[in-house]
Write a protein that binds this ligand. Structure first.
Ligand SMILES: Nc1ccn([C@@H]2O[C@H](COP(=O)(O)O)[C@@H](O)[C@H]2O)c(=O)n1
Length: 346
């Protein structure tokens, strides 16, 4: 019963933390001495005390015990074994801010500074046509795929026709309402401090994504990016997009074709994966040595319609949560082990 009284969390957590420091013994290691039913209960309560963020009403889990087991395994292996693979638009950035939709990296380019009036209307029309298909709960990824290729291709062709200038892009990002989730900078900073690689895998526009994180002062050396990059001619005018197109539902192919980037991350077999679409679940498919994967899905839009499929696919589902509180809490938990300290001091 006491666990339902919020004010009691802080003092009890403090006492348990002091006890933990004094004994340096995990509750988990002690519970085999209790009977099975009680030990499960103790482990679960201990887990809630350590990560109260996971008890919020906006947090859903299909199989809580799997989440706990995966997190304990990741904590035991420490920061040196961890990598984070994250989507960008509406995962690291907010879905909405002050009642307005936050622009995606593509939508940041929908700026009069870069494209003419007709094209801004056209881009909006394309968004209104294809975004509902992207998030339609009644269609499966295979059915959505041709529409996604159509959307991305039309928009990229339009941007090329508009002869976008490289030197205007930083200003377009500054003038946009792009905003990272609350606590996102702390997330980036903690990963850098712990020397945990962060792979941002985005179907957005890489050049814009880089500018957003640069302007937020979080483009640290541990950040790697796979995305759609622009190809500029010698005068700085957009002439094409580089490489194979990445859209929301072909990230598996993208993951497999970017073997070189992913090989660098092979020393880290534990993956924390963050996304806002079922298509994001394949972002870790290129990590052939993966041991533990914990997936967190931000469910921003069409929440009721998509809840079931998200719960069946992600380990943790966050409902209309504009913050990075849960990923930050998970990260703090994983890097709190002794072995992580050794990794940090190396
Ligand atoms: N023309 C487009 C194409 C896509 N989008 C949105 O961007 C998102 C892709 O980026 P991720 O970082 O999430 O992979 C995608 O979910 C589309 O909704 C767009 O706004 N305009």
């Amino acid at each position: 019963m006491v666990f339902h009284i919020p004010w009691i969390y802080t003092p009890v957590r403090t006492i348990l933390a002091i006890w933990h420091q004094l004994t340096k013994t995990e509750v988990r290691n002690l519970v085999p001495f209790c009977n099975r039913k009680r030990s499960t209960w103790i482990v679960r309560r201990w887990f809630c005390f350590q990560i109260p963020e996971l008890t919020r009403v906006s947090v859903m889990m299909r199989e809580r015990s799997r989440v706990e087991d995966t997190m304990y395994a990741m904590q035991k292996a420490g920061a040196g074994s961890l990598q984070v693979i994250s989507d960008f638009d509406m995962t690291l950035t907010k879905f909405a801010h002050k009642g307005k939709r936050v622009p995606t990296t593509h939508n940041i380019l929908n700026n009069k500074l870069l494209i003419d009036d007709d094209s801004t209307v056209k881009m909006k029309e394309l968004f209104n046509t294809y975004y509902p298909i992207e998030i339609d709960a009644s269609l499966n990824p295979e059915e959505k795929l041709p529409y996604m290729v159509e959307w991305w291709t039309k928009v990229h062709d339009l941007l090329i026709q508009q002869r976008i200038r490289k030197d205007e892009m930083a200003r377009a990002v500054r003038e946009s309402n792009a905003v990272l989730r609350e606590g996102c900078s702390a997330f980036f900073d903690c990963l850098a401090e712990q020397r945990v690689p962060l792979l941002i895998f985005s179907a957005g526009v890489g050049d814009i994504l880089e500018e957003v994180i640069r302007q937020n002062h979080v483009f640290h050396p541990n950040v790697h990016i796979i995305s759609n990059y622009m190809d500029f001619d010698h005068t700085g005018v957009l002439q094409a997009f580089k490489g194979q197109l990445i859209h929301s539902y072909n990230k598996r192919a993208g993951a497999l074709s970017h073997g070189a980037t992913l090989r660098e991350l092979h020393g880290q077999p534990n993956v924390l994966l963050l996304g806002d679409s079922l298509g994001d679940l394949s972002m870790a498919d290129g990590v052939s040595t993966a041991q533990n994967i914990l997936t967190v899905g931000f469910l921003n839009d069409q929440v009721e319609e998509r809840k079931e499929s998200f719960l069946n696919s992600f380990d943790i589902v966050l409902l209309r949560d504009e913050t990075m509180d849960v990923p930050n809490a998970i990260l703090r938990f994983i890097v709190s082990s002794e072995i992580s300290k050794v990794h940090r001091e190396k």
